[in-house]
Design a protein around this ligand. Structure first.
Ligand SMILES: C[S@@+](CC[C@H](N)C(=O)[O-])C[C@H]1O[C@@H](n2cnc3c(N)ncnc32)[C@H](O)[C@@H]1O
Length: 336
């Protein structure tokens, strides 16, 4: 593993009111607005929510970063796939825009919540899970926007990092299995972050933190983990595509889960395409993302049969968290 220090771009672009913890880590506050449905849920759960008086766009902080993906037609996934496997962008849960009789937007006062996360500000490449990355917030936005889909479901998060997306999943899910590798005290930190935010979770939701290493094949998983996986309905993963070896192991894990999980309805993968200019290509390319698409395509198309659907989901849902929803963000769905 390389020894240079890496730092998530998130901290430089948004103020998360970061403070120093006594152990040298940082504690940041990730503010979000509750979607309408969730405001109701919070009131039913008896939790208090902060009143927000600012004027907001649509359902949340806004729709910035929406680009031509919202048409859902010319996607990278399509460009890199054969004609045989037709891939359709999923158009789901379009934001509803309400206007008054004059055609002006009806803007409501929104309720805010805050997730407090202990993390590091920079790490070596093998400890990037101790930081928080943009994909986590994109996936969290998607989950917030799709309460009905995730309500009372069992969700498995892969490569959870410090746990923010699992914490958001716990607002709705009946069970969250939050997993990563056990390096640098990561699993302990996730556990502490889940505890720190326990007042936000659906009181009926059980959150379990455990190790799941992409490099370990399913047959070698401990029996307890295999048992835990049997009733998983959704798998989520954010920003786990950045290193070719890890990506290959990640794709093997996806293949194993698609074959072994009888109740699996879909896998959602959020990522930031990281562009580099190469002399070989004489162009800007996103090598990690392209490597993922190639490896997945190879495993998905065996003996001339396409086994699973890979779709790119339009990012035309509101932004509930505060971050830059840049154009290089991608949300994929894999399903049977
Ligand atoms: C860039 S971080 C993303 C963390 C978090 N999902 C986020 O978006 O903030 C990549 C994550 O992949 C995890 N990871 C790396 N190698 C892994 C492996 N072999 N098995 C499982 N997870 C791994 C890291 O520990 C880290 O949590």
């Amino acid at each position: 593993m390389a020894t240079f220090e890496v730092c998530s771009e998130l901290y430089a672009e948004t103020d998360f009111s970061t403070t120093d913890a006594t152990n040298g880590n940082s504690i940041s506050k990730f503010t979000f607005v509750y979607p309408k449905e969730n405001e109701k849920t919070k009131r039913q759960n008896g939790c208090s929510v902060e009143e927000e008086g600012n004027k907001l766009d649509f359902n949340g902080y806004g729709l910035n970063g929406v680009d031509d993906q919202s048409n859902g037609l010319q996607t990278d996934v399509q460009k890199l796939s054969s004609e045989k496997s037709v891939i359709l962008a999923e158009l789901e849960d379009k934001p509803s825009i309400e206007t008054d009789k004059d055609g002006d937007l009806i803007v409501e006062r929104k309720k805010k919540g805050v997730i407090e996360i202990e993390h590091l500000k920079s790490t070596k490449l093998d400890l990037v899970g101790l930081q928080i990355w943009r994909g986590a917030l994109l996936l969290a936005d998607y989950i917030l926007h799709n309460e009905k889909k995730f309500k009372n479901k069992k969700i498995l998060e892969l490569g959870s990092g410090v746990g923010l997306t699992s914490i958001v999943s716990s607002f709705y899910a009946r069970e969250v299995l939050c997993t990563d590798i056990d390096v640098g005290g990561l699993l302990q930190l996730i556990q502490a972050n889940i505890l720190r935010n326990s007042s936000l979770k659906n009181p009926n939701c059980n959150v379990v933190v455990t190790e799941l290493n992409f490099k370990v094949p399913y047959v070698n998983y401990p029996d307890a983990l295999k048992a835990q996986l049997q009733d998983v309905e959704y798998v989520i993963a954010a920003d786990v595509i950045y290193d070719d070896n890890i990506t290959e192991a990640f794709v093997m894990t996806l293949e194993n889960l698609l074959l072994e999980l009888p109740k699996l309805k879909g896998i959602y993968i959020a990522l930031e395409k990281r562009y580099v200019f190469t002399l070989e290509d004489m162009d800007s390319v996103a090598p990690s993302y392209e490597h993922f698409l190639r490896v997945f395509y190879r495993r998905n198309n065996r003996f001339g049969i396409t086994r699973w659907k890979l779709m790119q989901i339009p990012l035309n849902f509101p932004r509930y968290f505060e971050y830059e929803k840049i154009k290089d963000l991608v949300l994929l769905k894999i399903s049977n």
